[in-house]
Design a protein around this ligand. Structure first.
Ligand code: ARG
Length: 460
Protein backbone atom coordinates (compact mmCIF):
# COMPACT_ATOMS: atom_id res chain seq x y z
CA UNK A 1 0.00 0.00 0.00
CA UNK A 2 1.35 3.47 -0.81
CA UNK A 3 2.30 5.49 2.22
CA UNK A 4 1.59 9.17 2.53
CA UNK A 5 5.36 9.54 2.96
CA UNK A 6 6.29 6.84 0.38
CA UNK A 7 8.12 9.03 -2.18
CA UNK A 8 11.60 8.56 -0.81
CA UNK A 9 11.33 4.80 -0.39
CA UNK A 10 12.10 1.98 -2.79
CA UNK A 11 11.01 -0.92 -0.58
CA UNK A 12 7.82 -1.81 1.23
CA UNK A 13 7.93 -1.53 5.03
CA UNK A 14 8.56 -4.83 6.76
CA UNK A 15 5.20 -6.04 8.12
CA UNK A 16 6.56 -6.50 11.64
CA UNK A 17 8.02 -3.00 11.58
CA UNK A 18 4.72 -1.67 10.40
CA UNK A 19 2.92 -3.26 13.31
CA UNK A 20 5.62 -2.36 15.81
CA UNK A 21 5.71 1.30 14.90
CA UNK A 22 2.00 1.85 14.37
CA UNK A 23 0.00 3.66 17.04
CA UNK A 24 -3.43 3.48 15.44
CA UNK A 25 -4.59 0.74 17.82
CA UNK A 26 -4.52 3.27 20.65
CA UNK A 27 -4.28 6.78 19.25
CA UNK A 28 -7.66 6.40 17.56
CA UNK A 29 -8.87 7.79 20.90
CA UNK A 30 -7.63 11.14 19.58
CA UNK A 31 -9.77 10.96 16.43
CA UNK A 32 -12.16 13.76 17.30
CA UNK A 33 -9.40 16.03 18.56
CA UNK A 34 -7.48 15.36 15.37
CA UNK A 35 -10.43 16.45 13.27
CA UNK A 36 -10.99 19.50 15.43
CA UNK A 37 -7.33 20.48 14.99
CA UNK A 38 -7.50 19.95 11.24
CA UNK A 39 -10.67 21.99 10.85
CA UNK A 40 -9.02 24.92 12.62
CA UNK A 41 -5.81 24.54 10.66
CA UNK A 42 -7.64 24.44 7.31
CA UNK A 43 -9.73 27.47 8.17
CA UNK A 44 -6.63 29.42 9.16
CA UNK A 45 -4.82 28.38 5.96
CA UNK A 46 -7.78 29.67 3.94
CA UNK A 47 -8.01 32.95 5.87
CA UNK A 48 -4.30 33.56 5.34
CA UNK A 49 -4.67 32.94 1.61
CA UNK A 50 -2.36 29.92 1.73
CA UNK A 51 -4.88 27.53 0.20
CA UNK A 52 -7.97 28.43 -1.84
CA UNK A 53 -11.22 28.90 0.07
CA UNK A 54 -13.02 26.32 -2.07
CA UNK A 55 -10.44 23.77 -0.97
CA UNK A 56 -11.02 24.75 2.65
CA UNK A 57 -14.71 24.16 2.04
CA UNK A 58 -14.27 20.68 0.65
CA UNK A 59 -11.65 19.79 3.28
CA UNK A 60 -14.03 20.87 6.03
CA UNK A 61 -16.97 19.02 4.55
CA UNK A 62 -14.84 15.92 4.12
CA UNK A 63 -13.61 16.14 7.70
CA UNK A 64 -17.16 16.49 9.00
CA UNK A 65 -18.17 13.39 7.05
CA UNK A 66 -15.28 11.48 8.57
CA UNK A 67 -16.25 12.79 11.97
CA UNK A 68 -19.78 11.44 11.53
CA UNK A 69 -18.36 8.12 10.48
CA UNK A 70 -16.21 8.01 13.60
CA UNK A 71 -19.11 8.94 15.84
CA UNK A 72 -21.29 6.27 14.27
CA UNK A 73 -18.56 3.70 14.76
CA UNK A 74 -18.20 3.14 11.01
CA UNK A 75 -14.65 4.35 10.60
CA UNK A 76 -12.17 1.70 9.46
CA UNK A 77 -8.57 2.19 10.54
CA UNK A 78 -5.58 0.51 9.01
CA UNK A 79 -2.17 -0.27 10.43
CA UNK A 80 -0.65 0.56 7.03
CA UNK A 81 -1.46 4.17 7.74
CA UNK A 82 0.28 3.97 11.07
CA UNK A 83 -1.53 6.48 13.21
CA UNK A 84 -4.73 8.45 13.58
CA UNK A 85 -3.33 11.46 11.75
CA UNK A 86 -2.46 9.61 8.57
CA UNK A 87 -5.55 7.43 8.71
CA UNK A 88 -7.76 10.48 8.70
CA UNK A 89 -5.70 12.29 6.08
CA UNK A 90 -5.77 9.26 3.80
CA UNK A 91 -9.55 8.94 4.18
CA UNK A 92 -9.91 12.63 3.40
CA UNK A 93 -7.88 12.34 0.21
CA UNK A 94 -9.86 9.25 -0.83
CA UNK A 95 -13.05 11.16 -0.13
CA UNK A 96 -12.43 14.58 -1.69
CA UNK A 97 -9.45 14.02 -3.95
CA UNK A 98 -6.28 16.14 -4.33
CA UNK A 99 -7.65 19.09 -2.31
CA UNK A 100 -7.32 16.80 0.72
CA UNK A 101 -3.58 16.75 0.14
CA UNK A 102 -3.45 20.49 0.86
CA UNK A 103 -4.52 20.13 4.48
CA UNK A 104 -1.02 19.28 5.66
CA UNK A 105 0.43 22.54 4.31
CA UNK A 106 2.45 24.38 6.96
CA UNK A 107 1.95 21.61 9.47
CA UNK A 108 3.65 18.38 10.51
CA UNK A 109 2.46 15.38 12.43
CA UNK A 110 4.72 16.61 15.20
CA UNK A 111 2.75 19.77 15.93
CA UNK A 112 -0.44 17.95 14.96
CA UNK A 113 -0.08 15.18 17.56
CA UNK A 114 0.97 17.68 20.22
CA UNK A 115 -2.13 19.74 19.43
CA UNK A 116 -4.35 16.67 19.73
CA UNK A 117 -2.85 15.78 23.10
CA UNK A 118 -3.41 19.28 24.43
CA UNK A 119 -7.02 19.26 23.27
CA UNK A 120 -7.61 15.82 24.73
CA UNK A 121 -6.13 16.58 28.14
CA UNK A 122 -7.91 19.89 28.32
CA UNK A 123 -11.24 18.12 27.89
CA UNK A 124 -10.42 15.22 30.18
CA UNK A 125 -8.94 17.35 32.95
CA UNK A 126 -12.18 19.33 33.09
CA UNK A 127 -14.18 16.11 33.26
CA UNK A 128 -12.00 14.75 36.06
CA UNK A 129 -12.44 17.99 38.01
CA UNK A 130 -16.19 17.36 37.87
CA UNK A 131 -15.74 13.81 39.09
CA UNK A 132 -13.53 14.87 42.00
CA UNK A 133 -16.19 17.39 42.88
CA UNK A 134 -18.84 14.68 42.98
CA UNK A 135 -16.78 12.61 45.42
CA UNK A 136 -16.38 15.68 47.61
CA UNK A 137 -20.15 16.08 47.59
CA UNK A 138 -20.60 12.49 48.73
CA UNK A 139 -18.09 13.00 51.55
CA UNK A 140 -19.81 16.18 52.56
CA UNK A 141 -23.24 14.53 52.76
CA UNK A 142 -21.90 11.77 54.99
CA UNK A 143 -20.09 14.37 57.07
CA UNK A 144 -23.27 16.42 57.52
CA UNK A 145 -25.01 13.32 58.85
CA UNK A 146 -22.21 12.41 61.23
CA UNK A 147 -21.06 15.55 62.99
CA UNK A 148 -21.86 14.00 66.36
CA UNK A 149 -20.90 10.45 65.52
CA UNK A 150 -17.84 9.57 67.54
CA UNK A 151 -15.15 7.25 66.27
CA UNK A 152 -11.71 6.42 67.67
CA UNK A 153 -9.04 8.54 66.03
CA UNK A 154 -5.79 6.70 65.41
CA UNK A 155 -2.10 7.28 65.16
CA UNK A 156 0.09 4.27 64.31
CA UNK A 157 -3.30 2.52 63.91
CA UNK A 158 -3.46 2.60 67.72
CA UNK A 159 -6.37 4.37 69.34
CA UNK A 160 -5.29 7.93 70.02
CA UNK A 161 -8.16 10.32 70.72
CA UNK A 162 -11.85 10.12 69.87
CA UNK A 163 -12.98 12.26 66.95
CA UNK A 164 -16.11 13.14 65.08
CA UNK A 165 -16.60 10.77 62.13
CA UNK A 166 -17.46 13.81 60.03
CA UNK A 167 -14.07 15.26 60.89
CA UNK A 168 -12.36 12.10 59.70
CA UNK A 169 -14.28 12.09 56.40
CA UNK A 170 -13.68 15.78 55.83
CA UNK A 171 -9.93 15.22 55.97
CA UNK A 172 -10.41 13.49 52.60
CA UNK A 173 -12.58 16.35 51.37
CA UNK A 174 -9.61 18.70 51.78
CA UNK A 175 -7.16 16.34 50.12
CA UNK A 176 -9.46 16.20 47.11
CA UNK A 177 -9.92 19.94 47.25
CA UNK A 178 -6.17 20.41 46.80
CA UNK A 179 -6.20 17.86 43.98
CA UNK A 180 -8.97 19.75 42.26
CA UNK A 181 -7.07 23.01 42.59
CA UNK A 182 -3.99 21.32 41.17
CA UNK A 183 -5.98 20.10 38.17
CA UNK A 184 -7.47 23.53 37.69
CA UNK A 185 -4.06 25.14 37.85
CA UNK A 186 -2.58 22.61 35.43
CA UNK A 187 -5.02 23.79 32.76
CA UNK A 188 -2.87 26.90 32.49
CA UNK A 189 -0.15 24.68 31.09
CA UNK A 190 -2.44 22.53 28.99
CA UNK A 191 -4.06 25.42 27.21
CA UNK A 192 -1.13 26.15 24.88
CA UNK A 193 -1.21 25.72 21.12
CA UNK A 194 1.70 23.97 19.41
CA UNK A 195 -0.11 24.11 16.06
CA UNK A 196 1.97 25.72 13.35
CA UNK A 197 5.29 24.80 14.95
CA UNK A 198 5.69 22.49 11.96
CA UNK A 199 8.14 19.63 12.23
CA UNK A 200 10.11 21.75 14.73
CA UNK A 201 11.43 24.92 13.11
CA UNK A 202 8.25 26.69 12.06
CA UNK A 203 7.14 27.10 8.44
CA UNK A 204 7.87 29.46 5.56
CA UNK A 205 4.12 29.82 4.89
CA UNK A 206 2.54 33.01 6.24
CA UNK A 207 0.40 31.18 8.80
CA UNK A 208 -1.37 32.76 11.76
CA UNK A 209 -0.78 30.69 14.85
CA UNK A 210 -2.81 32.97 17.10
CA UNK A 211 -5.79 32.41 14.85
CA UNK A 212 -5.68 28.61 14.90
CA UNK A 213 -5.08 28.74 18.67
CA UNK A 214 -8.11 30.97 19.06
CA UNK A 215 -10.26 28.68 16.91
CA UNK A 216 -9.30 25.77 19.16
CA UNK A 217 -9.96 27.68 22.37
CA UNK A 218 -6.32 27.70 23.51
CA UNK A 219 -5.27 30.57 25.75
CA UNK A 220 -1.64 30.75 24.65
CA UNK A 221 0.67 29.94 21.74
CA UNK A 222 4.04 28.28 22.35
CA UNK A 223 6.62 30.95 21.54
CA UNK A 224 9.28 28.37 20.62
CA UNK A 225 8.55 25.84 17.87
CA UNK A 226 11.15 23.39 19.20
CA UNK A 227 9.64 23.44 22.67
CA UNK A 228 6.16 23.20 21.15
CA UNK A 229 6.77 19.83 19.52
CA UNK A 230 8.95 18.42 22.33
CA UNK A 231 6.95 19.42 25.36
CA UNK A 232 5.22 16.61 27.21
CA UNK A 233 5.52 18.29 30.63
CA UNK A 234 1.80 18.92 30.69
CA UNK A 235 1.20 15.17 30.45
CA UNK A 236 3.74 14.42 33.17
CA UNK A 237 2.00 16.98 35.33
CA UNK A 238 -1.38 15.38 34.73
CA UNK A 239 0.00 11.92 35.51
CA UNK A 240 1.54 13.25 38.66
CA UNK A 241 -1.66 14.89 39.87
CA UNK A 242 -3.48 11.69 38.91
CA UNK A 243 -1.03 9.73 41.05
CA UNK A 244 -1.72 11.94 44.03
CA UNK A 245 -5.47 11.58 43.53
CA UNK A 246 -5.04 7.82 43.50
CA UNK A 247 -2.93 8.02 46.67
CA UNK A 248 -5.83 9.74 48.38
CA UNK A 249 -8.37 7.33 46.96
CA UNK A 250 -6.19 4.43 48.06
CA UNK A 251 -5.83 5.68 51.63
CA UNK A 252 -9.58 6.14 51.95
CA UNK A 253 -10.16 2.73 50.36
CA UNK A 254 -7.83 1.13 52.85
CA UNK A 255 -9.82 2.68 55.68
CA UNK A 256 -13.05 1.42 54.14
CA UNK A 257 -11.66 -2.10 53.93
CA UNK A 258 -10.60 -1.92 57.58
CA UNK A 259 -13.80 -0.28 58.77
CA UNK A 260 -15.98 -2.87 57.07
CA UNK A 261 -14.03 -5.81 58.53
CA UNK A 262 -15.64 -8.04 61.15
CA UNK A 263 -13.14 -6.70 63.68
CA UNK A 264 -14.22 -3.09 63.24
CA UNK A 265 -17.74 -3.14 61.79
CA UNK A 266 -17.76 0.65 61.70
CA UNK A 267 -19.37 0.75 58.27
CA UNK A 268 -21.19 -1.60 56.00
CA UNK A 269 -20.71 -1.17 52.29
CA UNK A 270 -23.84 -1.45 50.22
CA UNK A 271 -24.45 -4.91 48.75
CA UNK A 272 -24.32 -3.41 45.29
CA UNK A 273 -20.66 -2.50 45.87
CA UNK A 274 -19.51 -5.86 47.17
CA UNK A 275 -19.08 -9.35 45.83
CA UNK A 276 -19.32 -12.80 47.35
CA UNK A 277 -17.01 -15.75 47.57
CA UNK A 278 -17.35 -18.76 45.32
CA UNK A 279 -16.73 -21.08 48.24
CA UNK A 280 -17.51 -19.31 51.52
CA UNK A 281 -21.19 -18.42 51.56
CA UNK A 282 -20.91 -15.98 54.45
CA UNK A 283 -18.46 -13.65 52.69
CA UNK A 284 -19.18 -10.13 51.54
CA UNK A 285 -15.95 -8.80 50.13
CA UNK A 286 -15.05 -5.13 49.71
CA UNK A 287 -13.74 -5.68 46.17
CA UNK A 288 -14.33 -2.13 45.04
CA UNK A 289 -12.14 -0.37 47.62
CA UNK A 290 -9.57 -3.14 47.26
CA UNK A 291 -9.36 -2.57 43.52
CA UNK A 292 -9.26 1.19 43.95
CA UNK A 293 -6.29 0.68 46.24
CA UNK A 294 -4.62 -1.61 43.72
CA UNK A 295 -5.24 0.51 40.65
CA UNK A 296 -3.06 3.16 42.21
CA UNK A 297 -0.11 1.04 41.12
CA UNK A 298 -0.75 1.35 37.40
CA UNK A 299 -1.28 5.09 37.71
CA UNK A 300 2.10 5.50 39.43
CA UNK A 301 3.57 3.25 36.74
CA UNK A 302 2.26 5.49 34.00
CA UNK A 303 3.95 8.50 35.60
CA UNK A 304 7.31 6.79 36.00
CA UNK A 305 6.96 5.32 32.50
CA UNK A 306 6.62 8.69 30.84
CA UNK A 307 9.30 10.38 32.92
CA UNK A 308 11.64 7.59 31.87
CA UNK A 309 10.71 7.87 28.19
CA UNK A 310 11.47 11.59 28.26
CA UNK A 311 14.62 11.74 30.34
CA UNK A 312 17.14 10.96 27.62
CA UNK A 313 15.49 12.56 24.61
CA UNK A 314 17.38 15.14 22.61
CA UNK A 315 15.30 17.91 21.06
CA UNK A 316 12.99 17.77 19.28
CA UNK A 317 10.49 15.07 18.31
CA UNK A 318 11.62 11.48 18.68
CA UNK A 319 9.50 8.45 17.94
CA UNK A 320 9.89 7.55 21.62
CA UNK A 321 7.28 10.19 22.29
CA UNK A 322 4.59 8.06 20.76
CA UNK A 323 4.84 6.11 24.03
CA UNK A 324 3.27 9.06 25.84
CA UNK A 325 -0.23 7.95 24.94
CA UNK A 326 -1.26 4.62 26.38
CA UNK A 327 -0.23 5.56 29.91
CA UNK A 328 -2.10 8.83 29.64
CA UNK A 329 -5.26 7.15 28.35
CA UNK A 330 -4.97 4.52 31.03
CA UNK A 331 -4.62 7.11 33.80
CA UNK A 332 -7.56 9.10 32.45
CA UNK A 333 -9.73 5.99 32.29
CA UNK A 334 -8.60 4.69 35.68
CA UNK A 335 -9.37 8.04 37.29
CA UNK A 336 -12.74 8.27 35.58
CA UNK A 337 -13.66 4.74 36.66
CA UNK A 338 -12.33 5.10 40.21
CA UNK A 339 -13.82 8.49 40.99
CA UNK A 340 -17.09 7.46 39.37
CA UNK A 341 -17.43 4.53 41.77
CA UNK A 342 -16.06 6.16 44.88
CA UNK A 343 -18.79 8.80 45.21
CA UNK A 344 -21.76 6.40 45.14
CA UNK A 345 -19.91 3.93 47.35
CA UNK A 346 -19.44 6.59 50.03
CA UNK A 347 -23.00 7.80 49.65
CA UNK A 348 -24.52 4.34 50.06
CA UNK A 349 -22.33 3.02 52.87
CA UNK A 350 -24.09 2.41 56.16
CA UNK A 351 -22.45 4.08 59.13
CA UNK A 352 -22.68 1.90 62.19
CA UNK A 353 -22.81 4.63 64.82
CA UNK A 354 -23.35 2.19 67.68
CA UNK A 355 -20.28 0.12 66.88
CA UNK A 356 -18.21 3.27 66.66
CA UNK A 357 -19.53 4.53 69.98
CA UNK A 358 -18.97 1.17 71.59
CA UNK A 359 -15.37 1.16 70.40
CA UNK A 360 -14.77 4.54 71.96
CA UNK A 361 -16.10 3.27 75.30
CA UNK A 362 -13.58 0.53 75.36
CA UNK A 363 -10.30 2.24 75.00
CA UNK A 364 -7.94 4.67 76.66
CA UNK A 365 -8.34 7.38 74.07
CA UNK A 366 -9.50 9.77 76.81
CA UNK A 367 -6.16 9.50 78.61
CA UNK A 368 -4.87 12.82 77.25
CA UNK A 369 -7.90 14.48 78.72
CA UNK A 370 -7.24 13.42 82.29
CA UNK A 371 -3.73 14.70 81.85
CA UNK A 372 -5.20 17.99 80.66
CA UNK A 373 -7.56 17.86 83.67
CA UNK A 374 -4.63 17.81 86.07
CA UNK A 375 -2.94 20.54 84.07
CA UNK A 376 -5.95 22.80 84.62
CA UNK A 377 -5.47 22.11 88.33
CA UNK A 378 -1.92 23.40 88.15
CA UNK A 379 0.11 20.21 87.54
CA UNK A 380 2.84 20.63 84.88
CA UNK A 381 1.93 18.61 81.77
CA UNK A 382 4.99 16.35 82.03
CA UNK A 383 4.12 15.36 85.61
CA UNK A 384 0.49 14.86 84.69
CA UNK A 385 1.57 12.62 81.78
CA UNK A 386 3.58 10.50 84.24
CA UNK A 387 0.68 10.20 86.70
CA UNK A 388 -1.79 9.22 83.97
CA UNK A 389 0.65 6.69 82.56
CA UNK A 390 0.62 5.02 85.97
CA UNK A 391 -3.17 5.15 86.14
CA UNK A 392 -3.43 3.51 82.68
CA UNK A 393 -1.03 0.77 83.77
CA UNK A 394 -3.05 0.23 86.94
CA UNK A 395 -6.33 0.10 84.99
CA UNK A 396 -4.87 -2.36 82.50
CA UNK A 397 -3.87 -4.64 85.35
CA UNK A 398 -7.31 -4.31 86.89
CA UNK A 399 -8.98 -4.97 83.54
CA UNK A 400 -10.83 -1.66 83.68
CA UNK A 401 -11.15 1.44 81.53
CA UNK A 402 -10.61 4.96 82.85
CA UNK A 403 -14.31 5.63 83.27
CA UNK A 404 -14.65 2.50 85.44
CA UNK A 405 -12.10 3.49 88.07
CA UNK A 406 -13.60 4.63 91.38
CA UNK A 407 -12.91 7.99 92.97
CA UNK A 408 -10.99 6.18 95.68
CA UNK A 409 -8.75 4.64 93.06
CA UNK A 410 -8.17 8.04 91.40
CA UNK A 411 -7.31 9.64 94.70
CA UNK A 412 -4.50 7.13 95.19
CA UNK A 413 -2.73 8.81 92.27
CA UNK A 414 -3.54 12.44 93.01
CA UNK A 415 -5.63 14.26 95.57
CA UNK A 416 -6.58 16.77 92.85
CA UNK A 417 -9.12 14.37 91.32
CA UNK A 418 -12.78 14.97 92.08
CA UNK A 419 -16.16 13.73 90.76
CA UNK A 420 -16.12 16.01 87.71
CA UNK A 421 -13.44 13.76 86.22
CA UNK A 422 -16.20 11.41 85.00
CA UNK A 423 -17.76 14.14 82.88
CA UNK A 424 -14.40 15.16 81.52
CA UNK A 425 -13.71 11.57 80.50
CA UNK A 426 -16.89 10.97 78.51
CA UNK A 427 -16.13 10.72 74.79
CA UNK A 428 -18.67 13.48 74.03
CA UNK A 429 -16.84 15.78 76.37
CA UNK A 430 -13.44 14.79 75.03
CA UNK A 431 -14.53 15.53 71.47
CA UNK A 432 -16.54 18.61 72.36
CA UNK A 433 -13.62 20.16 74.21
CA UNK A 434 -11.44 20.35 71.11
CA UNK A 435 -12.62 23.71 69.96
CA UNK A 436 -9.38 25.06 68.62
CA UNK A 437 -9.60 26.08 64.95
CA UNK A 438 -9.69 22.94 62.80
CA UNK A 439 -10.37 20.78 65.84
CA UNK A 440 -12.87 17.95 66.09
CA UNK A 441 -15.56 19.50 68.33
CA UNK A 442 -19.02 19.55 66.73
CA UNK A 443 -18.95 23.35 66.65
CA UNK A 444 -15.63 23.41 64.79
CA UNK A 445 -16.73 20.61 62.47
CA UNK A 446 -19.89 22.55 61.65
CA UNK A 447 -17.76 25.56 60.77
CA UNK A 448 -15.62 23.32 58.60
CA UNK A 449 -18.70 21.98 56.83
CA UNK A 450 -19.78 25.54 56.05
CA UNK A 451 -16.39 26.24 54.53
CA UNK A 452 -16.54 23.02 52.52
CA UNK A 453 -20.02 23.86 51.25
CA UNK A 454 -18.76 27.24 50.18
CA UNK A 455 -15.93 25.66 48.22
CA UNK A 456 -18.38 23.45 46.36
CA UNK A 457 -20.85 26.24 45.66
CA UNK A 458 -18.14 28.58 44.40
CA UNK A 459 -16.82 25.68 42.40
CA UNK A 460 -13.29 26.43 43.50
N1 ARG B 1 2.08 8.69 15.95
C1 ARG B 1 3.06 9.68 16.21
C2 ARG B 1 3.12 9.95 17.69
O1 ARG B 1 2.18 9.66 18.35
C3 ARG B 1 2.73 10.95 15.51
C4 ARG B 1 3.89 11.82 15.24
C5 ARG B 1 4.75 11.22 14.21
N2 ARG B 1 5.80 12.06 13.79
C6 ARG B 1 6.90 11.56 13.16
N3 ARG B 1 7.79 12.40 12.85
N4 ARG B 1 7.03 10.28 12.93
O2 ARG B 1 4.10 10.40 18.21
Amino acid sequence: MTKLWGGRFTKETNKLVEEFTASISFDQKLALEDIEGSLAHAKMLGECGIIPLEDVKSISEGLIQIKNKIENGNMKYSVEHEDIHMNIEKQLIDLIGPAGGKLHTGRSRNDQVATDMHLYLNRKTKHIIELVNAVQEALLIQAQNNVETIIPGYTHLQRAQPVSFAHHLLAYFWMLQRDKERLQDSLKRVSWSPLGAGAMAGTPFPINRERSAELLGFDYVYPNSMDAVSDRDFIVEFLSIGSLIMTHISRLSEEMVIWSSQEFQFIELDDSFCTGSSIMPQKKNPDVPELLRAKTGRVYGNLIGLLTVLKGLPLTYNKDMQEDKEGMFDTVETLEGSLGLLGPMIETMKVNKDAMREAVNQDFSNATDIADYLVTKGVPFRDAHEIIGKIVLYALNENKFLLNLTMKEYKQFSHLFSEDIYTVLSPEHVVGARQSYGGTSPSQVSEQIKLAEKKLIQHL
